[in-house]
Design a binder for this molecule. Structure first.
Ligand code: 4AD
Ligand code: MG
Length: 434
C-alpha cells in the first residue's frame, strides 16, 4: 500500500486510495459503520459495510473507538452529505492501536476550558488546535523569511541571564548551581553587543515574564521575535515593523486560507491592514483622540492601560503606531527625545479588535551617564549592567530595535479568545501542567 494524505485523496476524487490516521468520529449501525478519519491534512468520512468486508475486519470495526489509529484502503467518491463532500467505501482495514476511552468528550457542551487545559497533550490534535498550529508555523516561517530577505542574520542570546532586564520585578529567578540567576525577558541587551559584528540581526526565541496578570494577552513564557540594527533611527524602525507585520499577514492569507475559514476568521480587517499605511501618532495625540472621540481622560505621564489601548484602536481599521511615550515610565534604555525632552524616542504598535500591544521598540540610549541615571531612578543595581555599558565604549553607534510577541500576533490573526490557544503548551500563572 502506498499511503496518501486525506487531502490528496480529496483532491484525487475517485479511484482506490490508501490512508492512515485516527478515528475522529464513529457511528455504528447494524450492518454499516461510519468513521470520520482524521490526519494532519483534513478529515474524510469512511463507510464500512458488513457485506463487503471480511469477518475479521467487521469484528475490528465494531470495536473501533475514538482516536484509534488505523490504516485503510477503499474507493473514494462524491457524497454531498459527508463532512468534506467525499466518502470512502472501505475494503481493507488494519488497526494499529485500539484507543482507550478518550477522556475529552466529543460533544462540545462538555468542553470546559480547564478540562481542555488538563488534557492539553490530547487536545492539541483537535482540528481547531491543528488549524491554529498550522498558522503558527506559517507565522514563524514568514518572520524568518522577511528578515533573511532584508539581509539580517539570525543571532542567539542565552535564556539564562545575570539579571539585565526590561523590568526587574517580573524576572523569574532560577537556582544556577547554587547562584540566583534569571530567565531572560528579552534578547535585546545581548543583541546590542551583536550588532557591532553583524549590524542587522533578529531572533525568534522564548522570553519569560513573571507578571501577575491573568489576562487573555499574557503568558509567563512566550515566543519573542526581536530585531536590532546599527545606524537605524525611529522612522526607519517603524517602516521595518510595518513591513514585517504586513509580510506575515500576507503570507498567512496566502498559505492558510483553509485554516482561517475553518476558524471562521473574517479576514476583512487583515486585508485592510495590507492595503493601508499604518497611522503614526504621538502619545500626546493619543491622549487627545481618547478625550475627543472616546471621552476618556488619561493623565499625562500615565501609561496607556488595556482599556485605553482598546478604545484608541477602535478608531482605526489597521494597526497603529504610538510614539513618544513619557520618558519617566519607559525602560531605562529608551533615550530622551531632544525635540520633546519629557518623552522618549520609542513606539508601541497597537493592533485592532482588542488585541492591544503587539510590538514595543525604540532607539537605544548611547550615553552611559543617562543609562545609569535611568537605572538608578528605576531602583536597579548598576553592577548588573557593567558589561552592557561596554557596548557604549568601543565605537558606539546609533542603533534601534523592537520586540514582537508572536502569540499576540497569532491571537489577532486567528481572532482567538485567549492567548493560551496560540501556543501548544501554555504557561500562565495558574497553568504549568502538562
Ligand atoms: O514591550 P516589551 O516588554 O519590549 C521588550 O522586551 C523590548 N526589549 C523589545 C525590544 O526592543 N527588543 O515586549 C515586546 C513585546 C510586547 O509588545 C508584546 O507583544 C510581547 O512582547 N509581550 C508578551 N506577550 C505575551 N505575554 C507576555 N507576558 C508578554 N509581555 C510582552
Ligand atoms: Mg511594551
Amino acid at each position: 500500500m502506498k499511503f496518501i494524505s486525506v487531502q490528496q485523496a480529496l483532491d484525487k476524487k475517485r479511484g482506490t486510495v490508501s490512508l492512515r490516521g485516527w478515528v475522529y468520529r464513529e457511528r455504528k449501525l447494524k450492518d454499516k459503520i461510519f468513521i470520520v478519519l482524521r490526519d494532519s491534512s483534513n478529515i474524510i468520512q469512511c463507510i464500512i459495510k458488513k457485506e463487503k468486508v471480511s469477518k475479521q475486519i467487521w469484528k475490528d470495526a465494531e470495536k473501533l473507538t475514538i482516536e484509534s489509529s488505523v490504516e485503510l484502503e477503499g474507493s473514494i467518491y462524491k457524497e454531498k452529505r459527508a463532512p468534506t463532500n467525499y466518502e470512502i467505501s472501505v475494503n481493507k482495514l488494519k488497526i494499529i492501536q485500539f484507543a482507550e476511552k478518550f477522556p475529552i468528550p466529543v460533544r462540545k457542551q462538555y468542553l470546559s476550558p480547564e478540562l481542555l487545559l488538563d488534557y492539553r497533550h490530547l487536545w492539541i490534535r483537535d482540528p481547531k488546535m491543528t488549524a491554529i498550529l498550522k498558522i503558527r508555523s506559517t507565522v514563524f516561517d514568514a518572520i524568518r523569511e522577511y528578515f533573511k530577505k532584508q539581509g539580517y542574520y539570525e543571532f542567539h542570546a542565552p535564556s539564562i541571564t545575570s539579571g539585565v532586564a526590561e523590568t526587574g520585578p517580573t524576572l523569574f529567578k532560577i537556582d544556577y548551581f547554587g547562584k540566583p540567576l534569571y530567565l531572560t525577558q528579552t534578547w535585546q541587551f545581548y543583541a546590542e553587543a551583536g550588532i557591532f559584528g553583524l549590524e542587522k540581526i533578529f531572533t525568534i526565541a522564548p522570553s519569560f515574564r513573571a507578571e501577575r496578570s491573568k489576562t487573555s494577552r499574557h503568558l509567563a513564557e512566550y515566543w519573542h521575535a526581536e530585531v536590532e540594527a546599527a545606524w537605524i533611527k525611529l522612522p526607519e524602525l517603524l517602516d521595518i515593523a510595518e513591513e514585517v507585520v504586513k509580510y506575515v499577514i500576507k503570507k498567512v492569507l496566502q498559505t492558510n486560507k483553509k485554516e482561517l475559514e475553518f476558524l471562521k476568521r473574517d479576514t476583512k480587517i487583515l486585508e485592510s491592514a495590507l492595503k493601508k499605511k499604518f497611522p503614526r501618532i504621538t502619545y500626546d495625540n493619543a491622549l487627545k483622540l481618547l478625550k475627543e472621540k472616546k471621552s476618556m481622560t488619561v493623565k499625562w505621564g500615565k501609561d496607556l492601560r488595556t482599556i485605553e489601548e482598546d478604545k484608541l484602536t477602535e478608531l482605526f481599521d489597521t494597526p497603529i503606531f504610538v510614539t513618544n511615550y513619557p520618558k519617566e515610565i519607559m525602560a531605562f534604555y529608551k533615550p530622551r527625545d531632544p525635540k520633546k525632552p519629557e518623552t522618549a524616542i520609542c513606539f508601541d504598535m497597537l493592533v485592532p479588535e482588542g488585541y492591544g500591544e503587539l510590538i514595543g521598540g525604540s532607539e537605544r540610549d548611547t550615553s552611559i551617564a543617562e543609562l545609569k541615571k535611568s537605572l538608578k531612578a528605576a531602583g536597579e543595581k548598576i553592577e548588573k549592567y557593567k558589561w552592557y555599558f561596554d557596548t557604549r565604549r568601543y565605537g558606539s553607534v546609533p542603533h534601534s530595535g523592537f520586540g514582537l510577541g508572536v502569540e499576540r500576533f497569532i491571537s489577532w490573526i486567528c481572532h482567538l479568545e485567549h492567548i493560551r490557544d496560540a501556543i501548544p503548551f501554555p504557561r500562565t500563572m495558574a497553568r504549568y501542567w502538562p
